[in-house]
Design a protein around this ligand. Sequence first.
Ligand code: BGC
Length: 416
Amino acid sequence: MRNPVLGLLLWSVMHTSTVWAQDLEVLHWWTSGGEAQSVAVLKKVFKEKSGATWKDFNIAGGAGENALKVLKTKALAGHPPAAVQMKGPQIQDWGKMGLLTSINDLAKREQWDEKLPKEIANAVKYNNNWVAVPFNVHRINWVWVNPKVLAQAKAKVPTTLAELFETADKIKKIGLLPFAHGGQAWQDATVFEELLLAIAGPDLYRKALVQLDPKALQSPEVKATFEALRQYSSYLDKNRKGLDWDKATRLVMDGKAGMQFMGDWAKGEFIAAGKHPGKDFLCIPVPGSEDSFIYNVDSFAFFETKSKNTKKNQEQLAAIIMDEAFQKTFNVKKGSIPAVPTTKMEDFDSCAKASMESFVKTSKTTGQVPSMAHQMASSSEVMQAVYDVVEAHINSNMSADEAVKRLAKSIREATM
Ligand code: BGC
C-alpha cells in the first residue's frame, strides 16, 4: 500500500465487518516489545474473566499518532470500537460529541471516587460521568542512560544541562551516538517539552503549553529551549528519519548510543529485554527538572453501544483495569506507576519507586504538569501545531527567534 493512511483506513473498514456481539473490539497503539507484553496481561485476564474474545485492533505508531486518525474515521462513520486507548482532552472531545458511554453504576459499586486521586478521576470523567478508566501514570521527564557507554567515554552522569552536553561531547569523541532519537514529530515534541520544563520550570511550562498564554509562549525561556534543542539536535544521527522510539531505546541498550530522552515506557523495553535498572541502564530526571513531573495517564474510553453483551464486556474490562493486582502486574511491565494509589509498590523497580516518590511530592507543590506531546494538555489541533513547529525547527537551521514566532502564531491559529 503506497499511502499508509489510506492503508490504515481500508484495513479499519474491512475490520468492522468481522466484529461479533461476543467480541470486544479494542483500539490501542501498544505494539512495541514492552507494550505488547503489558497489554497481553490484560488480554489474558479479560479472556479468563469474561469468556469473550478480545478483538485486537492495534495501530502501530508511538504516542498514538496513527491510532487517533483511524479512530476518527471509524467513529465518524458510525463504527467506533467498544474500547479505545485515549487520554485527557480527547476524552472530553468525544464526550461532548455524545459518543462515549457511562460506566457510573460500576464506578459507584466499586467506589472509584474514593479509590482514585481527584485529578486522575477528573481526567477520565466527562460531565461528571465515568466514561474511561486509567491504567497508570507515566513520567515523561526522564533520560535513559547506558552506564557502560559513559564509563567508556570517561563521562559522568549529568546533573545539569551543561553537564549533559559535556557528557554528550565525550560520547561523541569515542565514536558513539550521544543521544538516540527517532525522527518522528511526537519524539521531537517530547524532547521539546522536557527541555522547556528543565529550563523554564513548571509554572512557565503551564502558562505556555496549557494556558497557551501568548506572553509565555514568546518568553526568553521558550527561546532558550529552542536554543537547547538546536544544541541537542547536533548530537543526533542524521539518518534518524522515521526511526521508532523503541528502536532508539534499543540503541542505548546495545551500547551504540549513550542516552535517550523518553517517557518511562522506554523502561518497559529494557525490562522486556531482561535488563536491570542501576546495572544495565540508569533512569535520571532530565537535569534541571528533578523537582517536577510531566505526567501522562493512559486510559481506555468506552464508546456507546446498543448491545447489552458489549456493555457487559466493557464493564468487565473496566473492572479488571481498576483492580490493584492488575495495576501492579501491568505497570511493572509497562514502566509506569499505578493510577490506583493503594497498589503495593514492593515489586516495582527503583525507577518506578523514584517516579512514585516524585509524583507524591509534586502533587503537594506546583511541580506537576500535563504532557503536551502526549495529548494530556491541549486539543489535538494545538498539539499538532506544536509538533509541526518543533519538527520544522529540529530538521532545519531555523533560528530560535523564528521558531518562537512561528510557535506563537501556529498556536494562535489552532485556537481560532
Ligand atoms: C503512551 C504510552 C506509550 C507511548 C509510546 C504514549 O503516548 O501514553 O503508553 O507507550 O506513547 O507509544
